[in-house]
Design a protein around this ligand. Structure first.
Ligand code: DC
Length: 206
């Protein structure tokens, strides 16, 4: 079984995908980490994130064993990822890895922006997770606050809106819900409630 979880930044899709994978003992891939790793490698090579050749080369040689690198966490890495993710050559280079991951015998949960539409259009379950801009910015704000980092809520809100516009406005595999995806709005749900709703949806769709 393949479960595709798509949605914008801070919608709760990553937490949800991880819990679903653990619950069903399936493999889990946070595909955003691949784009984050490509952006990291482009910058480490001294290149510009908009440099198509450099980004494509980084995508072709990205090492999936480095996805647990703590440097990939955080909004700056996410923003950089969103820039290289606009480049069709980058997306093409990452496609086969994601598809091969999805084909494993134990089943796989993949979360990202284009899983239900491009990477695994054949997925048995497709969930498009959303939440209001304000709820997502507040989640990010509380995460930073719990780590003792001082950030401005308004800056986080602006970051989220800029990233959404870039991810859904690009020509290559823009973020949007697949026609056969179910929508899960987590604005007023905590992680446990979102998980409970997702389990119900999976029970109906699989
Ligand atoms: O899910 P995330 O915030 O880690 O993703 C970082 C960026 O990577 C996101 O803003 C756009 C890009 N991305 C993508 O284009 N397609 C995916 N399947 C996953 C992420």
């Amino acid at each position: 079984m393949i479960i595709a979880i798509d949605g914008p930044a801070a919608s709760g899709k990553g937490t949800l995908a991880k819990r679903i994978a653990a619950h069903f003992d399936m493999a889990w891939l946070d595909t955003g980490l691949l784009y984050r790793a490509v952006a990291r490698d482009v910058l480490a090579a001294g290149s510009d994130l908009e440099d198509v050749q450099a980004a494509a080369a980084a995508a072709k040689s990205v090492n999936a064993e480095t996805l647990d690198d703590p440097a990939l966490r955080g909004p700056r890495a996410g923003d950089a990822a969103s820039i290289v993710a606009k480049i069709p050559e980058v997306r093409a280079a990452l496609l086969e890895y994601q598809r091969a991951f999805a084909r494993q015998d134990k089943g796989a949960v993949l979360d990202g922006r284009d899983i239900g539409t491009v990477v695994c259009p054949e997925a048995h379950v497709k969930i498009f997770v959303t939440a209001s801009d304000e709820a997502r910015a507040k989640r990010r704000f509380l995460e930073h606050q719990s780590r003792g980092e001082s950030v401005m809520y308004d800056d986080l809100l602006a970051d989220i809106r800029r990233r959404d516009a870039r991810d859904s406005g690009r020509a290559a595999a823009p973020m949007h819900a697949a026609a056969d995806a179910v929508h899960l709005d987590t604005t007023t749900l905590d992680a446990d409630q979102a998980f409970a709703v997702a389990l119900q949806l999976i029970g109906v769709m699989r």
